[in-house]
Design a protein around this ligand. Structure first.
Ligand code: KG4
Ligand code: ZN
Length: 357
């Protein structure tokens, strides 16, 4: 089975071809155009600019993905497109393109939940067996999800205010570092003193399993205001102290999650997967690796280009869904909000931005 994937939910335009062979999945092509340069001047993603950019780039990217994979339409069995969650203008561009291609070629198309793409990626990259625990940390989401099987996801925790990537981006903006902020904060943290500021670790040590980052963000702002004008050393120390607070929070939450499974004697679950753009952060990766090892779990981190937004994960999700899930019809409408676990109740303030995954 060979699938063309399309991803346009946020600020990456992407197309990819993935096939399922006897020994798992194989990526035949994986084309991504990042819009970072288009949005950098605004310090964040501008939905209107994103939608226009997707529109002008998507056709070319699909052609390139097909060429790179040495495929013609007769080689493609299905088209997979992100239908949510995300920015509605971008989602419409992708979904309309998938519908048009499907109508013109007769190839069925599947509407895919972007979060499901992230959730199933370790099965493509590592052949990981169900069930496993997923920590999704990106610009729009911060969630623990128990991935039980295809289509069966249980959200165990989420943020009650900002997403983790958003916290990095806002901190960077406050310190006049560039956009996106995560890599800049990580770089500045490398030369800073993580002990200089004792920033809060909201909810740590409490029974609460969810995340909160707004108190930390406020503390960073107050510190920056108090010290202004900031020297390079101040910026580095703030970044290092912020990053240490984040790794402490993640360590605390992850321990709690792992204990939850171990205490329930759910010993069949032994793998922690980290995905999303924030998973690029080396301090975070090594903290998670350490916690996992302490409990006899393993950390699985897909390669960076498959941790961040891409279309290979969307194509792969359709391959995983091929059995027992019918293709989508012409009536399908994209959903800017589309929780992975429809049973999980919404939390006040969670996913406020709710547009990036
Ligand atoms: O998954 P992603 O590429 O896009 C979506 O959110 O959909 O994640 C982007 C987020 C941004 O908030 C960015 O600042 C953050 O991931 N990020 C990082 C790092 N690299 C990217 N955060 C912390 N450390 C990094 N090295
Ligand atoms: Zn994403």
């Amino acid at each position: 089975m060979r699938v063309l994937g399309i991803e346009t939910s946020c600020d990456e335009t992407a197309a990819a071809v993935v096939e399922r062979s006897a020994d798992g999945g194989r990526i035949l092509s994986n084309c991504v155009h990042s819009q970072i340069a288009d949005h950098a001047a605004f310090g964040g993603v501008v939905p209107e600019i994103a939608a226009r950019s997707h529109l002008s780039r998507l056709d070319g990217l699909i052609s390139r993905a097909m060429e790179d994979a040495h495929c013609g339409w007769s080689d493609i069995d299905a088209i997979a497109v992100t239908a949510g969650p995300g920015l509605i203008g971008g989602l419409l561009t992708g979904v309309m393109t998938a519908k048009a291609l499907s109508a013109a070629t007769g190839i069925p198309y599947h509407a895919i939940n972007h979060l499901e793409g992230h959730a199933l990626t370790p099965r493509l990259t590592h052949g990981l067996a169900f069930p496993y625990l997923l920590l999704l940390v990106s610009g729009g989401h911060t969630q623990f999800v128990e991935v039980r099987s295809v289509g069966d996801y249980r959200r165990l925790a989420t943020t009650i205010d900002d997403a983790l990537g958003e916290a990095f981006d806002k901190t960077a903006k406050l310190l006049s570092l560039g956009y996106p902020g995560g890599p800049q904060v990580e770089q500045a943290a490398g030369t800073g003193d993580p002990q200089r500021f004792d920033f809060p670790r909201p909810l740590s040590g409490k029974d609460e399993v969810n995340f909160s980052f707004s108190g930390l963000k406020t503390a960073v702002r107050q510190t920056a205001n108090r010290l202004a004008p900031l020297s390079d050393a101040d910026v580095a120390d703030i970044c290092a102290s912020f990053q240490l607070a984040i790794t402490d929070i993640l360590r605390d939450r992850t321990q709690k999650m792992i204990r939850h499974f171990d205490d329930a004697h759910e010993t069949h679950i032994r793998a922690l997967v980290v995905a999303g753009g924030v998973a690029a952060n080396k301090a975070i990766r090594s903290a998670l690796e350490q916690v996992a090892a302490e409990h006899g779990w393993k950390l699985v981190a897909p390669p960076l280009e498959l941790c961040t937004d891409n279309a290979a994960m969307i194509a792969w999700a359709a391959i995983e869904r091929a059995d027992g899930f019918p293709p989508s019809g012409p009536e399908l409408a994209p959903r800017s909000r589309w929780p992975l676990d429809e049973r999980a109740s919404g939390l006040i303030g969670s996913g406020k931005r709710g547009v990036k995954a």
